[in-house]
Design a binder for this molecule. Structure first.
Ligand code: HDD
Length: 689
C-alpha cells in the first residue's frame, strides 16, 4: 500500500542472496548461524566465551528492545485503511486534495488508544479513547489526532502536565493503574472547574466503548479550512461509526479487564481478519469566518462543542480499515502522530490547547523514537516525496547524494526550491495584542455545556452517570475532595449533585444556578441508530442431549445476518446431541465468559437443559447477561435455564423465548433484541435478587 520503499541496496541484495537458503537463521551481519540454543564454551560444563559473537549480539539486541512508552495514550491498537471523499463539495472551502477529489483513495493508518494506562493495561477501563488518523496524501501527511469525546479537560496546553499527573497513578506508590478513581484526579477536578464538561463525558458510557468500531471520533478543536485564494472557514471534524455508537456497562468492563484485557484490541483485529471492515463517515461542521463570535461560547475553547442542531454535520467521505499491521512494534508502536502535520488547505486556529499541542507532539517523538529521523520509519514516511536539506542525526537511513545541503545554493542548481505551486501557505490572520498571561473572559463559562450534556441524556444514561460518579468519588479518601466535586456538580444540575452526594456520604450542596433546560438530542447514545446484528457475538450454550437441529437452524440464520455465533459446552471438543451424534463446540464455557458476548442463547433438548441447569457456570452465563442488559434467547426446554437463573420466561425486554415450534419467528425476535444492543431499562431497575 505504501509503495516500493526498498533502497538501491535492498535491490542489490536480491542478487547477493543467491546461494543462501532463504530460511537460514543469520546474525545481524548476515552470517548464517549454526546453533542458537547453546552458547559457545570450552568443554560441555565450561563458562561462556566472550568471542561468542552470536550470543553477545542476540542478548545485546534483546536488552535494547524497549523504547519509552507514550507518556499518555500508551495502550493502543492500530490498522491500515483508506479514506475517500464522497464528492467535491468541500472544494469551495479547502485546497486539501484528499478531501475534494471524489473516489480517490488516500491510504491511512489509524491508532486507537486509552489515555491513562500503561502499555500493558486493560482495554476496557473507564477512560477517553484516542482516535488518531494519519492520512498519506499526495500533498504530504495530515494527522487528525482526536478522541472519542468532542471536548477536553482543560483550555490551555500549559495545564496538560498538571492534568496528566493528576489522572495517572499517584507518584508515591504508582497506584491505581489505568483508573481515574483516585484522589489526585478528583482533587484537580474540584479545583479546575473548566474540566466539568469533559468529566460529564468521562462519567458517561462514552468512556466504555463496546468496540473501537462502535465509537465516534472528534477532532475536538476548531481548525481552519483554507481555500486556494487564502480565504478561511472554521471547521470541526467528526467521525461517525457505521455500526452505531455502543457501550459496555461498568460492571462488565471491570470483569472483561480480567477475563480478556485485550478485548478491544482483539475485536478490531478479528473484525478486519474476518472481512468485517470497520467503517466511519467523516463529517464537518463549517462556520464562516465572519460568524466567529456568533455563539454563546468561544470557538477557540476546546471545552465546548458546537451542538449539531445549531450547525449540522455535513457528510464528507468514508474511512475504511482493511488491513491489520504486519508487526505491532514496527507500525502501531512506532507510528508518530503530530497535530502539526497539516497539508495545504488545513490550518490551525488560536485555540490555546491546540497551540500547546503543536509544541508537544514533535518534542515527544524525539525522545520516544530517539532522534529527528523518525519520519523515515516506514510507518511514518510520507508517500509524497521528501526533498530538503535536513541531514544526519541518529538513525539516519537515507543516503543523500551530492555536495549541497543548504539554501540558497548555486552548486545544486538552487534545488530543492521553496515556494513551488501548491506549497503550504499559512492563513494570513491579523494578530495583535499585549504580551500577557491571561485567559479570555469568553472562556469563563464552565457549566452551561455540562448541563446541556446532562439534559440530553436518557433516564438510563443519567443513572449510569450518577453511578459512575458514586463509584469514582467513593474511592476518593479525602472527604473535602468529594465535597468539592459535589459543589461543582450543583452548578451543572442540582438533582445530579444531590444524587451523587447521597451515594458518597456527603451533605447535599445548596442549589446553585438554575438548570437552563436546553438540550442537544444528538449527544445521547439512546438516539443512535440501531444497526442490525452484524459482528455481534452470540454464545449458544449446549450440553449432552442438545437439539442439534435447532442449533444448526438458529446458527445458520443468525450467521446469515452477519452475527458471530459460538457454541459453548461444558468441555472442549464436542458434546453428544439428542441423537447421540457429536455436536462440535467452539469453546469450553470455562475458557470464556458471558461478558465477552453480546447475547446468550439456549437451545432445546431435555437432557441438555437439565445438565446446564445444574451447572453453576451455565446459570451464571445467563444471569450475568441479564444483569448487563443483553439479549437472551431460549428455545423449548432451554427455557429451564432461564427459570433457574430466576429470569422468568418472556417477562423482560430483550428476553425472547419460544417453545421450539417457530424457530424462524424466534430468530427474528431474538435478532431484533440483539440489534438493540442492550436493554438498559432492565439492567437498572429489574435485576433479580
Ligand atoms: Fe495528546 C498523544 C489526542 C491534548 C500531548 N494525544 C495523543 C494521542 C491522541 C491524543 C489520540 C495518541 C496518538 C497515538 O496514537 O500515537 N491530545 C489528544 C486530544 C487532545 C490532546 C484529542 C485535546 C483536544 N495532548 C494534548 C495536549 C498535549 C498533548 C494539550 C500537550 C500540551 N498527546 C500529547 C503527547 C502525546 C499525545 C505528549 C503522547 C504520545 C504522543 O503524543 O505521541 O505529545
Amino acid at each position: 500500500m505504501l509503495g516500493d520503499r526498498r533502497t538501491d541496496k535492498d535491490k542489490q541484495l536480491d542478487d547477493v542472496r543467491v546461494g543462501y537458503e532463504d530460511t537460514a537463521l543469520t546474525t545481524d551481519q548476515g552470517v548464517p548461524v549454526d546453533d542458537t540454543d547453546n552458547s559457545l564454551r570450552p568443554g560441555e560444563r565450561g563458562p561462556t566465551l566472550m568471542e561468542d559473537f552470536h550470543f553477545r549480539e542476540k542478548i545485546t539486541h534483546f536488552d535494547h528492545e524497549r523504547i519509552p512508552e507514550r507518556v499518555v495514550h500508551a495502550r493502543g491498537a492500530g490498522a491500515h485503511g483508506y479514506f475517500e471523499p464522497y464528492d467535491d463539495s468541500l472544494a469551495p472551502f479547502t485546497s486539501a486534495q484528499f478531501l475534494t477529489s471524489p473516489k480517490v483513495r488516500t491510504p491511512v493508518f489509524v491508532r486507537f488508544s486509552t489515555v491513562a494506562g500503561s502499555r500493558g493495561s486493560a482495554d476496557t477501563v473507564r477512560d477517553v479513547r484516542g482516535f488518531a488518523v494519519k492520512f498519506f496524501t499526495p500533498q504530504g501527511n495530515f494527522d487528525l489526532v482526536g478522541n472519542n469525546m468532542p471536548v477536553f479537560f482543560i483550555q490551555d496546553g500549559i495545564k496538560f502536565p498538571d492534568f496528566v499527573h493528576a489522572v495517572k497513578p499517584e507518584p508515591h506508590n504508582e497506584v491505581p493503574q489505568a483508573s481515574s478513581a483516585h484522589d489526585t484526579l478528583w482533587d484537580f477536578v474540584q479545583l479546575q472547574p473548566e474540566s466539568t464538561h469533559m468529566i460529564m463525558w468521562l462519567m458517561s458510557d462514552r468512556a466504555l466503548p463496546r468496540s473501537y468500531r462502535m465509537m465516534q471520533g472528534f477532532g475536538v478543536h476548531t481548525f481552519r479550512f483554507v481555500d486556494a485564494e487564502g480565504r478561511g472557514t472554521f471547521v470541526k471534524f467528526h467521525w461517525k461509526p457505521k455500526l452505531g455508537i455502543h457501550s459496555l456497562v461498568w460492571d462488565e468492563t471491570q470483569k472483561i479487564a480480567g477475563k480478556d484485557p485485550d478485548f478491544n484490541r482483539k475485536d478490531l483485529w478479528e473484525a478486519i481478519e474476518s472481512g468485517n471492515l470497520p467503517e466511519w463517515e467523516l463529517g464537518v461542521q463549517l462556520v464562516a469566518q465572519e460568524d466567529e463570535h456568533a455563539f454563546d461560547f468561544d470557538l477557540l475553547d476546546a471545552t465546548k462543542i458546537i451542538p449539531e442542531e445549531v450547525v449540522p454535520v455535513r457528510p464528507v467521505g468514508r474511512l475504511v480499515l482493511d488491513r491489520n499491521p504486519d508487526n505491532f512494534f514496527a507500525e502501531t508502536e512506532q507510528v508518530a502522530f503530530h497535530i502539526g502535520n497539516v497539508v495545504p488547505g488545513i490550518d490551525f486556529t488560536n485555540d490555546p490547547l491546540l497551540q500547546g499541542r503543536l509544541f508537544s507532539y514533535l518534542d515527544t517523538q524525539l525522545i520516544r523514537l530517539g532522534g529527528p529521523n523518525f519520519t523515515q520509519i516506514p510507518i511514518n514516511r510520507p508517500l509524497a516525496e521528501v526533498r530538503n536539506h535536513h541531514r544526519d542525526g541518529y538513525h539516519q537511513t537515507a543516503i543523500p547524494r551530492g555536495q549541497v545541503s543548504y539554501h540558497p545554493n548555486s552548486l545544486g542548481g538552487g534545488c530543492p526550491v521553496p515556494g513551488s505551486p501548491g506549497a503550504y501557505r499559512h492563513y494570513q490572520e491579523r494578530v495583535d495584542g499585549h504580551k500577557i498571561r491571561k485567559r479570555s473572559e469568553s472562556f469563563s463559562d464552565h457549566y452551561s455545556q455540562a448541563t446541556l450534556f446532562w439534559n440530553s441524556m436518557s433516564a438510563w444514561e443519567r443513572q449510569h452517570i450518577v453511578d459512575a460518579f458514586r463509584f469514582e468519588l467513593g474511592k476518593v479518601v479525602n472527604v473535602h475532595i468529594r465535597e468539592g466535586v459535589v459543589r461543582n456538580l450543583a452548578n451543572v444540575d442540582h438533582e445530579l449533585a444531590v444524587s451523587v452526594a447521597a451515594g458518597i456520604g456527603v451533605e447535599p450542596p445548596p442549589p446553585a444556578a438554575p438548570n437552563h433546560g436546553r438540550l442537544s438530542p444528538a449527544l445521547s447514545q439512546a438516539h443512535a441508530p440501531v444497526q442490525g446484528v452484524a459482528t455481534r457475538k452470540i454464545a449458544i450454550l449446549v450440553a449432552d442431549g442438545a437439539d442439534s437441529a435447532q442449533v444448526k437452524a438458529v446458527r445458520s440464520a443468525l450467521t446469515g445476518m452477519g452475527a458471530i455465533c459460538e457454541v459453548l459446552g461444558p468441555r472442549g471438543g464436542a458434546v453428544r446431541d439428542g441423537e447421540g451424534d457429536p455436536l462440535p463446540v467452539t469453546h469450553a464455557m470455562n475458557t470464556t465468559a458471558s461478558v465477552l458476548y453480546d447475547a446468550v442463547l439456549v437451545p432445546g433438548g431435555q437432557e441438555s437443559a437439565r445438565e446446564l441447569s445444574l451447572d453453576g457456570l451455565a446459570v451464571h452465563y445467563v444471569a450475568e447477561a441479564f444483569k448487563h442488559g443483553k439479549a437472551i434467547g431460549a428455545l423449548g426446554s432451554g427455557s429451564r435455564l432461564l427459570e433457574i437463573a430466576r429470569l422468568g420466561p418472556g417477562r423482560h425486554p430483550g428476553v425472547v423465548t419460544d417453545d421450539g415450534d417457530d424457530v424462524d419467528g424466534f430468530v427474528k425476535a431474538f435478532a431484533a433484541a440483539v440489534a438493540a444492543h442492550r436493554h438498559p431499562e432492565r439492567a437498572i431497575h429489574s435485576v433479580p435478587a
